[in-house]
Design a binder for this molecule. Structure first.
Ligand code: HEC
Length: 318
C-alpha cells in the first residue's frame, strides 16, 4: 500500500473536500507517514522470515561458519586460533555487536568482507577466511546470509590481535601472494537451484570444500585447482589435519562410494565403512547453528552427483 493511496482525500464523488476534511486528511497523512517510517525501519531491523531461513540455510551449507566459533564457545564470537606459515591469526567476531562485531557495518560492507576479503577501513582479511571461494556466492544468498548474521545474538568480545612473523607481510607479501596465487571463483547471476550445477555451486562457492580438499603447494600454500579436491596430507592440510582425496579415483579417492553414501556422509557423518567423520569435517557436518547436515537431501545428492562428475585424480593421502 502506498502512502498516496492511503491518504488521498475521499473526494471521488465530485464533492470538494471541506476545510475540516482537508485538515483531517493532513493529520491522517502525517500519522501515516510517521507510521510508514517507523514501519520501514522496523522492517530493516527484522528481515522477513523467508529470507532469514534462506540465510540460515546458506550459513549451514557453509559449514556453520564454524571457524568463527570456538569449540563450545559463543556462536560467531570469534577468537578461534589459526596458525599459518606467516604467524597466528584469530577468527573475527561476526556477531552483530556494534563495538566488537560487525553490527556497525552496512550489508554491502559485510558482503565485501565475505567475498573480497576487505574490511570497511580497506584493511585486508587474510585468506584464512576463504573469500576466494565465497566470491562465487550469488548475491541473493549473500544478502540472506547477512540478514541471518544480524539475527544472531550480539556478543561483546574484542578481537585478539594477530601475530605476524613475516616482515612487511600485509603491505608487500600478502598483496603479491593474492595476485599470483589466489584465483577467485566467479559468482553466478543467480544461485543454481538443482542438478549438477547446484552441486558445483555448493561445493565450489558456499561449501568451500576446495579450501581443505584441494592440494596446496608446500612451498607457497597456493591451491592447485588442476588437481581439484585431490586432498592434502597433514603438512598442507587445514589446521595440520589431512583432508582426503574426494575425487572419483577408485584407489585413492572416493570412487567406491555411491552417490547415496556421499549424501549420507554429509547428512550424518557416517562413513560407508562404519566409522564417523572426525576433525574439521565432523565440525562442518555438525555445524554451529546449522551445518552441512542441515542441507536438504536434494542438495546433498546434488553435491554427490557433482563429486562423481569431476576428473578422478590419483593422489594417495596418508
Ligand atoms: C575445514 C576443512 C574442510 C572443509 C571445508 C571440507 N572438508 Fe571434507 N574433510 C575434511 C577433513 C579433515 C576430513 C577427514 C575427516 C576424518 O578424518 O574423519 C574430510 C573428509 C571428507 C570426506 C570423507 C572422505 C574419506 O575418504 O574419508 C568427504 C566425502 C568430504 N570430506 C567431503 C567434503 C565436501 C563435499 C565438502 C564441502 C561441502 C567438504 N568436505 C568440506 C576437511 C574439510
Amino acid at each position: 500500500m502506498s502512502p498516496m493511496a492511503a491518504s488521498c482525500p475521499s473526494g471521488e464523488e465530485g464533492n470538494l473536500p471541506g476545510r475540516a476534511d482537508v485538515w483531517r486528511t493532513a493529520v491522517t497523512s502525517a500519522i501515516l507517514a510517521v507510521l510508514l517510517l517507523l514501519g520501514s525501519s522496523a522492517l530493516a531491523m527484522a528481515a522477513d522470515p523467508a529470507q532469514l531461513a534462506r540465510g540460515k540455510y546458506i550459513f549451514g551449507a557453509a559449514g556453520g561458519c564454524g571457524c568463527h566459533t570456538e569449540p563450545k564457545g559463543v556462536v560467531n564470537a570469534g577468537g578461534r586460533k589459526f596458525d599459518g606459515p606467516f604467524g597466528t591469526v584469530y577468527a573475527s567476531n561476526i556477531t552483530p555487536d556494534t563495538k566488537t562485531g560487525i553490527g556497525g557495518w552496512t550489508d554491502e560492507q559485510i558482503i565485501t568482507a565475505i567475498r573480497l576479503g576487505r574490511r570497511p577501513n580497506g584493511e585486508r582479511i587474510l585468506p584464512v577466511h576463504p573469500f576466494t571461494s565465497f566470491n562465487g556466492m550469488a548475491e541473493d544468498d549473500l544478502t540472506a546470509l547477512v540478514a541471518f548474521l544480524r539475527s544472531v545474538p550480539p556478543a561483546n568480545r574484542p578481537k585478539t590481535p594477530k601475530q605476524i612473523s613475516i616482515p612487511m607481510f600485509e603491505s608487500v607479501f600478502l598483496p603479491a601472494w593474492l595476485m599470483t596465487f589466489a584465483a577467485k571463483e566467479t559468482p553466478p547471476p543467480a544461485a543454481p537451484v538443482s542438478g549438477v550445477a547446484r552441486g558445483e555451486y555448493l561445493v565450489r562457492a558456499v561449501g568451500h570444500c576446495g579450501e581443505c580438499h584441494t592440494p596446496r603447494s608446500a612451498m607457497t600454500m597456493a591451491v592447485d585447482n588442476s588437481r581439484f579436491l585431490a586432498g592434502n596430507p597433514k603438512k598442507t592440510g587445514p589446521e595440520g589435519q589431512a583432508a582426503p582425496n574426494i575425487t572419483p579415483d577408485k584407489g585413492t579417492g572416493i570412487g567406491d562410494w555411491t552417490e547415496e553414501q556421499i549424501a549420507t556422509y554429509l547428512g550424518t557423518g557416517n562413513r560407508p565403512d562404519g566409522d564417523v567423520a572426525g576433525g574439521l569435517m565432523g565440525e562442518g557436518i555438525q555445524g554451529t547453528l546449522a551445518g552441512y547436515r542441515d542441507m536438504t537431501q536434494a542438495d546433498r545428492q546434488a553435491i554427490a552427483r557433482y563429486l562423481k562428475s569431476i576428473p578422478a585424480v590419483k593422489n594417495k593421502i596418508e
